[in-house]
Design a protein around this ligand. Structure first.
Ligand SMILES: [Zn+2]
Length: 286
């Protein structure tokens, strides 16, 4: 006899490594993160933080750029994937209508406790992105995923959703223990976190002439992003130890980053393939 009781949905943790482009992620050879599954190269829908997170929160993960299909067919397939993520069987595109916002749907329809911890001020709790969340916090430091993991608290009576926007991979690619006076400086590139405006304008690309680029420096910056991913791989191990059973984890990035290729640095007002390329990996450990 079939039981009519619905299984409890999975916890779902969406981790966004800000500005982490696909090839630096792969160069770091993250062993722990790979336990989730195969790392795919995907493409972001947007080239900077705010619209990209909006997109993620309407349930559209970075895309696979499939040929010979209609976008509507692709979206349908993408949304059905949420049944696997959430451990449910009745999620479809129209489930999100009319709000078209994943946290609201998870909270109002599926009874999730919804939490966000963000690193970038442009995603601060006063933005419209703070819709449908029970808790939404701008972290004290922009580059400390470990602090997020330590602050995660899981309801035992509700399934839990977490959005973690992680800043170690964002310029200046600084690890939490590194003193700010040792962070790299690029002439003409704004410091990111003192002023919200810096990030709002995409932040960093006020360099006017290509001659201002210093190739050695840019190489160094790319290495710093690789090192940030290596560090995050260790933090993800703490995440894996923290989450309860039945937790589905998706790790991706909101957009890529340019390290001098074709005269570009950073992300935002850039049209270049490297600003779209992001890693994508997901799965359930246990
Ligand atoms: Zn970003």
């Amino acid at each position: 006899m079939k039981s009519s009781a619905k299984p409890t949905p999975n916890n779902f943790v969406l981790v966004v490594f800000d500005s982490c482009r696909y090839d630096t992620f792969m160069a770091a050879r993250p062993r722990t993160i790979r336990k989730l599954g195969r790392v795919e190269k995907r493409w972001s829908y947007a080239s900077w933080t705010s619209p990209s997170h909006y997109n993620l929160l309407i349930g559209l993960m970075p895309h696979t750029s499939p040929r010979h299909v209609y976008a509507s067919e692709y979206y349908k397939k993408e949304f059905i994937k949420f049944n696997e993520r959430l451990g449910t069987d009745d999620f479809e595109f129209k489930s999100l209508v009319p709000k078209m916002f994943l946290p609201s749907f998870l909270k109002d329809t599926l009874g999730y406790r919804t939490n966000a911890m963000v690193s970038l001020p442009v995603l601060n709790p006063r933005t419209i992105l703070n819709t449908g969340f029970d808790t939404y916090k701008l972290m004290e430091k922009h580059n400390d995923m470990g602090a997020m993991v330590r602050q995660m608290s899981f309801s035992e009576t509700q399934p839990n959703f977490f959005l973690l926007n992680v800043g170690e991979t964002h310029y200046p690619y600084a690890l939490p223990h590194e003193p700010p006076d040792q962070w790299p400086r690029i002439s003409g590139v704004h410091g990111i976190f003192k002023h919200l405006d810096d990030e709002v304008v995409g932040g960093k690309l006020l360099i006017k002439k290509e001659k201002l680029f210093n190739n050695q420096k840019l190489k160094e910056l790319r290495h710093r992003q690789v090192d940030a991913v290596k560090h995050l791989d260790r933090v993800v191990e703490e995440l894996f130890d923290t989450v309860p059973n039945n937790t589905y984890i998706t790790i991706t990035a909101d957009h890529g980053e340019l390290f001098g290729e074709d005269g570009y640095f950073g992300h935002g007002p850039i049209h270049h393939e490297k600003v779209w390329e992001v890693p994508f990996v997901e799965g359930k450990l246990r």
